[in-house]
Design a binder for this molecule. Structure first.
Ligand code: HEC
Length: 107
């Protein structure tokens, strides 16, 4: 009797856990592609060579990942204008820079 109850319990656990894990995985991927590839911010990011050093999905390359960065909009803007460490200053016009900062802050 104990064995049967244990098996039942395991089935319920499996049934309860499995769909949840799959769902959240799928949603993550779709969300990320939606946000990143359709936005104007991404176009600015791509056209101003940030993409070369920070990766096509902000995942990082020679530069660090820009996902979930812990910086204020002002700090990001200062980094673009002045550069930081091995990152050279980036020459964007003000409008593009603002839009890019706003977009990056939301990532
Ligand atoms: C030539 C390569 C290169 C280019 C082009 C480049 N970066 Fe960077 N970036 C780096 C490197 C390297 C760092 C890390 C610098 C350090 O801390 O020494 C960095 C750091 C940063 C940081 C700080 C990240 C953190 O967590 O502190 C931000 C924000 C950033 N870059 C944004 C941009 C944006 C926006 C652009 C395009 C306008 C850009 N970068 C273009 C190489 C680059």
């Amino acid at each position: 009797m104990k064995v049967v109850r244990c098996i039942l319990f395991c089935f319920i656990l499996l049934a309860a856990c499995h769909p949840e894990v799959d769902d959240s995985k799928q949603n993550d991927v779709i969300d990320e592609e939606d946000i990143i590839f359709s936005d104007d911010g991404y176009q600015i990011y791509k056209e101003n060579s940030c993409i070369n050093c920070h990766g096509d999905q902000l995942q990082g390359a020679s530069g660090p990942s820009l996902l979930d960065i812990d910086l204020t909009a002002d700090e990001i803007e200062a980094i673009i204008v002045n550069g930081v460490g091995f990152m050279p200053p980036q020459d964007l016009d003000e409008e593009d820079r603002r839009a890019l900062v706003e977009w990056l802050s939301a990532r």
